[in-house]
Design a protein around this ligand. Structure first.
Ligand code: SF4
Length: 422
């Protein structure tokens, strides 16, 4: 009985989410505009790179390693160890948070860059609950942090916020130009970065053999937060580990074009251990200009388990957001079509892998129209609709069938017709 009530509640909550999203025409128009810009730029840049060759190469290499993630993990540990990084394998978000707390402590100033893995483990809230001050340094993330809300797109978190609204949060007149807003934000964020105790980033690729973390960006905040504070922590989900530097570069090339339509990102940082100098009598010491300590959290969170399941292809994802930009449901609903961290079609799949089938249902599993546009634009050819279909089958088996669908199922069973009279 309680079970049925939960499903009914879930159904009505989903309906509310959809109605609220559809009522917000300003956000829908802002999304449409931004998504069209990104997609046009991507299509233009795709003509300028050996797309098919890069895609086939990356897919083949990542696919080869899918069944051997523990081996890749071992290789990454050896590589990172050889360059002087501290390494932590976190099976769960709680373990990751505990490691990070042990490094950061409390009452510290932490600056961070965009990291989906950080959101996945609830990093900011956790650090704040330990009396640390945490400042987002990516402008989009800082905007949504100051508005006390959630980002609405993995690459462009403040896609839904107007210039006037951004001016307001930086205490500028609504007539402030984009340049004026940026100047104010730059000054404020920089003060935090130079004073910070710890910088935390994600990881766009980790070259296992060489122990090198790759981080790409346009703003320059990642270079800054991974360089200025004395301690750097990088959170790397296991699916971002690739065998070597050559594959990492291939992943970054595709990520750059598919994420923002740029042939190369403005900045690409490669971190292989702490900052070093041997300029005084060849006595090599850490922490000259960059961090003295580099800690790498290798986050599992069900990924090894997923590598043995029918959802394993989701681990090929490089996080470019191309499928999200192409999705007509996301265009209309925004984050109403998505889970606690990951949004859009692949977000539903990641949600099922990381937090279970029930959360996927609650996140809009049934919103997908199966138009398959997402699969067509994925640089690693993940069959996202097939994975969503599989998750729906699992949901049905587990009894997570929303009332209207259960009703249709009953009609088909009894009359052979989804609209048959029962
Ligand atoms: S599923 Fe493919 S298109 Fe979507 S974010 Fe991942 S790599 Fe990009």
């Amino acid at each position: 009985m309680v079970f049925i009530m939960d499903l009914e509640n879930t159904f009505f909550e989903l309906i509310d989410k959809v109605n609220n999203a559809l009522d917000n025409t300003t956000q829908i128009n802002a999304r449409k505009y931004a998504l069209e810009l990104i997609t046009n730029q991507k299509n233009y840049s795709l003509e300028k790179i050996p797309k098919t060759e890069l895609k086939e190469k990356l897919r083949r290499i990542k696919e080869d390693w899918l069944d051997k993630i523990p081996d890749l993990l071992k290789l990454a540990k050896q590589g990172l160890n050889s360059v002087g990084c501290e390494i932590y394998y976190a099976e769960t978000p709680d373990e990751a948070l505990q490691y990070i707390e042990n490094i950061v402590g409390s009452k510290k100033l932490v600056v961070k860059s965009k990291t989906n893995a950080g959101s996945e483990i609830g990093l900011v809230k956790y650090l704040e609950s330990r009396r640390n001050e945490v400042i987002e340094t990516d402008l989009g993330d800082r905007i949504v942090q100051m508005r006390k809300e959630r980002g609405t797109h993995p690459i462009a978190p403040a896609i839904h916020v107007s210039r006037e609204e951004v001016a307001e949060i930086f205490e500028l007149p609504s007539s402030a130009t984009v340049d004026e807003i940026i100047a104010k934000a730059r000054g404020e964020i920089r003060k935090y970065i130079v004073a910070a105790d710890v910088g935390i980033s994600g990881c766009n690729a980790l070259a296992a053999e060489e122990g090198a973390i790759f981080l790409c960006e346009n703003e320059g905040n990642i270079r800054f937060i991974s360089n200025a504070p004395p301690i750097h922590i990088a959170i790397c989900p296991l699916n971002k580990i690739v065998p070597n530097i050559d594959t990492a570069f291939t992943q970054i090339r595709l990520l750059s074009v598919y994420a923002t339509g740029q042939i190369t990102p403005v900045y690409l940082s490669m971190i292989s251990g702490p900052s070093k100098t041997g300029d005084i009598e060849f006595d090599v010491r850490n922490g000259m200009h960059g961090p003295k300590e580099v800690h790498v959290i290798l986050l599992d969170n069900h990924r090894i388990e997923a590598s043995k399941s029918p959802l394993k292809e989701s681990l090929l994802c490089i996080g470019c957001g191309s499928c999200i930009n192409e999705c007509p449901v996301y265009e209309q609903l925004g984050i109403a079509f998505g889970g606690p961290t990951y949004v859009g079609p692949i977000g539903i799949v990641h949600t099922a892998v990381l937090t279970g089938i029930q959360t996927a249902v609650e996140s809009g599993l049934n919103f997908c129209t199966m138009c398959k546009r997402c699969a067509d634009v994925c640089p690693v050819d993940i069959p996202i609709p097939d994975l969503i279909k599989y998750i729906r089958e699992c949901a049905t088996e587990k009894g997570f069938l929303l009332p209207p669908l259960a009703d249709i199922e009953k009609r088909i069973e009894m009359t052979g017709n989804p609209f048959g009279k029962v």
